[in-house]
Design a protein around this ligand. Sequence first.
Ligand code: TXA
Ligand code: MG
Length: 338
Amino acid sequence: METLWLPVGLGEKDKQSIQTAAAALCTGGVVAIPTETVYGLAANALDEKAVMRIFEAKGRPQDNPLIVHIPEPEDIDKLCEPVPDIARRLALRFWPGPLTMVLKARELIPKVVTAGLDTVAIRCPSHPVALAILREAGVPLAAPSANRSGAPSPTEASHVKADMQGRIDAIVAAGTCSVGVESTVVDLTGDVPRLLRPGGITREQLLTVLDKLEEPGFDETSAPPAPGMKYRHYAPETPLLLLHGSLSQRVVYLRSVSVPYGVLCYEGEQEAFGDVPVVVLAPKDNGELAAKRLFSSLRKLDALRVDTLYAPFPDSIGLWHTVRNRLLKAASGQVIDL
Ligand code: TXA
Ligand code: MG
């Protein structure tokens, strides 16, 4: 299949790109679109066949449900019922933006979107191009991250191209995603809101609106709170290990490694690793920048073509909590305590 490249942000052709993308989406197409978090692989959420094509293109297991994107917060009532008061308060504070709410689904949402659950995940994104496409298409869009299943999420159009060229109808290319990690997923169907996936909205921010927030942990023996949490995710092809310790502890530990390896480090640390290839994530006190650069850093590490990758095990304050969550998934939970 030929994949159309539709650039946006250059002025003149923007409108045309958005119209072409929307037309493809209205006729059962699968189109990668930019959002403020990561690029999404979109299809008409009400068109079962189109949604099936997302799963095929990604190689995604069918039991992992998708997020439905809407252009106006009010559209939530068309897709969900009941909508509890707390959902409206969260929407008022965080939409449009990187928050996804899980609510009871109305009948019109195809089961392929929800993986057979009676709930649906809903988000109103803030990226102007995502909003323009949603409005032009006039249908809600189901969209997971636009990477091959298991790979790091795409935060640049070139990442989407690397994973999806020839597998989808079009890629709307609009530069780098500003948040860089996926939306925060909160389940509002129970008595107490549950954080299913940390993301672009921090726990601290959520707690300015919520009185309580449960954080269900899970291990191999218990059922995962969100179906997607059971899969290895965000992972570079090269095995990744996390090192829990200071810079000097990490440097000393790595001296004993005999295979070619690459390192992810904080800004200002690069010289300590000598000739070892490093990718700099961000200053230790800048979780926002770390989030923004995380997935492209993982792709850069993969391109080093070494045998093993090492990354620091970060703090869990603010967006570092999300970065830590993604690194843990990418490393299949392997942390070496130094
Ligand atoms: O920022 C984002 O959320 C991006 C952009 C494109 O919007 N999308 C994204 O989608 O990250 P995806 O499919 O990669 O992740 C969706 C997550 C998965 O962990 C999935 O299991 C969970 O949301 N999810 C979806 N529907 C759910 C439901 N009804 N109940 C519980 N979890 C659900
Ligand atoms: Mg994903």
